[in-house]
Design a protein around this ligand. Structure first.
Ligand code: FAD
Length: 477
């Protein structure tokens, strides 16, 4: 009888334990992907993720077809579709790789129980993490809430498993009907906002492999020194590939270790792996704190006096706050579906501290616009910036967007790239155009309030307002 492999966030052939274990049985394999917008609820995939998914599924379907087993696409509730597919194909075993979103865990447990009750064998595997969240614990046997000891505990577990090879061929299962990818309308049409994404990315397993190889060849040695510079391409940009499972962290780990041994880029490569460790930590936090995407981990933040300021939120979303580094980041996000990590921290701090807008609003905007939107990484990072997370930046540390810009985009190249209206401004004013004289602005072709907005807040006033708000919840706690 055939064996059904349910693909989810593991859209690759290499180091795919569910697929590998299916292939070695020598049975016919039926690969299936289900577009499930029900179980995730408000965390159904956003627009940018859908754009990515389209191309990633296309790439996966092409590779599976080459191996001989075409990918079947279905849309709807997996708890109804899986039994249907089992009945249609005669499969008696179902494999998948685990997901860690609370809704996915609940859904998968229910499906596993139901399929087993029908006499099927169900096996789940780990493709997405170096270590399962329940296998990393502190001396008291509890989950971690602080990153550094968590990552030390991960490292103490030794080398992660060696990646599995991709199957060389698959035996096809008898045909069952599926949808055409184009039926799902994952791509935008009017307006087509994805031009910048098409220029920036190659979704799919091969795109991921090339991205990693390019990074290890060219950038890993300077990662540690330059990873905070948005004007320089020094990070891997693997995040969407990792989110969709086009590459797995074991593959990243082993390829990086290999490169490290060859080229002596030790400390820099270790820094890179420790960032992959933040991804592990976010998943650990989400697994052990189901409320992470919605509710502050520090309870006192439940009473924080947030502002409901729609015009300010809109200005932030569109990159029209009048703070160049913030606006450049928000425009990079809208254009490419990605934003540099340092700039994510700056724009997030600006939203929750300068504008006092709830972090959940920023989280939701990122969810819709990031190609790497990831429930664990996004919610853990927003809680971190907002100061309400487990191992968070203290709330009272308020980023000054001008100083951050001057420090991390020292020549203003990043701002000039994303805000052409400021391109002619001298470096002295690129991060604070309102301090330039009339004459200097005129010479650069800038009219504040017309070609580029005036700042929507006074940072010093906003900072004080944020600290006052924080004092209030501290007193109440
Ligand atoms: P690299 O520096 O090359 O790091 C390699 C990999 O490590 C990344 O691809 C990513 O998987 C992981 N990683 C790196 N930094 C972090 C981090 N701080 N937390 C968790 N994982 C990390 N990352 C997402 O993948 N999805 C999100 O939805 C997301 N939302 C964020 C929201 C905010 C407010 C902030 C401050 C950060 C967010 N991040 C998110 C984390 C981080 O910004 C991105 O993972 C990183 O910028 C991706 O670029 P890269 O692949 O070049 O990273």
């Amino acid at each position: 009888a055939p064996l059904l492999v349910w693909f989810r966030q593991d859209l690759r052939l290499a180091d795919n334990p569910a697929l590998h274990a299916a292939a070695v049985t020598g049975r016919p394999v039926l690969p299936l992907y289900i577009l499930d917008d029900g179980a995730p609820g408000r965390w159904a995939m956003g627009g940018a993720s859908r754009w990515w998914l389209h191309y990633s599924l296309q790439a996966l379907a092409d590779s599976l077809a080459r191996l001989g087993a075409p990918l079947v696409l279905r849309k709807g509730d997996p708890s109804a579709i899986l039994p249907q597919m089992v009945a249609e194909s005669g499969a008696d075993i179902v494999h998948w790789n685990r997901c860690y979103e609370p809704f996915a865990i609940a859904r998968d447990e229910a499906i596993k129980t139901a399929l087993k009750a029908d006499g099927l064998t169900v096996r789940s595997f780990n493709s997405a993490l170096l270590h399962e969240p329940w296998t990393v614990e502190n001396k008291a046997g509890d989950p971690f809430r602080v990153y550094s000891p968590f990552w030390r505990a991960c490292l103490a577990k030794g080398e992660p498993d060696t990646p599995l090879p991709a199957p060389e061929a698959l035996i096809p299962a008898p045909g069952v009907a599926g949808d055409a990818l184009s039926d799902w309308a994952l791509l935008p049409h009017t307006p087509d906002w994805a031009a910048g994404m098409r220029e920036s990315w190659v979704p799919g397993e091969e795109g991921a492999r090339q991205r990693l190889a390019g990074f290890l060849d060219e950038s890993v040695g300077r990662y540690k020194a330059q990873r905070d510079r948005p004007d320089i391409e020094a990070t891997s940009r693997l995040s969407p590939h990792l989110h969709f499972g086009e590459i797995g962290p074991r593959q990243v780990w082993h390829a990086t270790s290999h490169a490290m041994n060859e080229s002596g880029t030790g400390p820099s490569a270790q820094k890179f792996l420790s960032e992959v460790g933040w991804r592990e930590f976010s998943h650990h936090l989400l697994f052990h704190n189901r409320q992470l995407p919605e509710t502050p981990l520090r309870a006192e933040f439940g009473d924080f006096p947030w502002h409901d300021d729609r015009p300010a939120l809109k200005a932030w979303q569109r990159g029209l706050t009048g703070f160049p580094i913030v606006d450049a980041g928000m425009r990079e996000l809208w254009h490419t579906g990605w934003m540099h990590n340092r700039v994510r921290m700056i724009v997030a701090s600006f939203l929750v501290k300068d504008l006092l807008i709830p972090w959940q609003e920023g989280e939701a905007w990122f969810w819709d616009t990031l190609v790497d939107a990831d429930l664990a990484n996004n919610s853990a990072s927003w809680q971190w910036v907002a100061g309400c997370g487990a191992d968070a930046a203290p709330y009272f540390r308020v980023f000054n967007p001008v100083l951050q810009g001057q420090k991390f985009d020292p020549n203003g190249d990043y701002v000039r790239k994303w805000i052409p209206a400021l391109a002619e401004l001298p470096v002295d004013y690129i991060h604070n155009p309102w301090t330039a004289s009339e004459g200097e602005l005129r010479q650069a072709g800038v009219t504040l309030g017309e070609t580029y907005p005036k700042p929507i807040v006074d940072h010093d006033v906003a900072r004080k307002r944020a600290l006052d708000a924080f004092e209030r919840i501290k007193k109440a706690a």
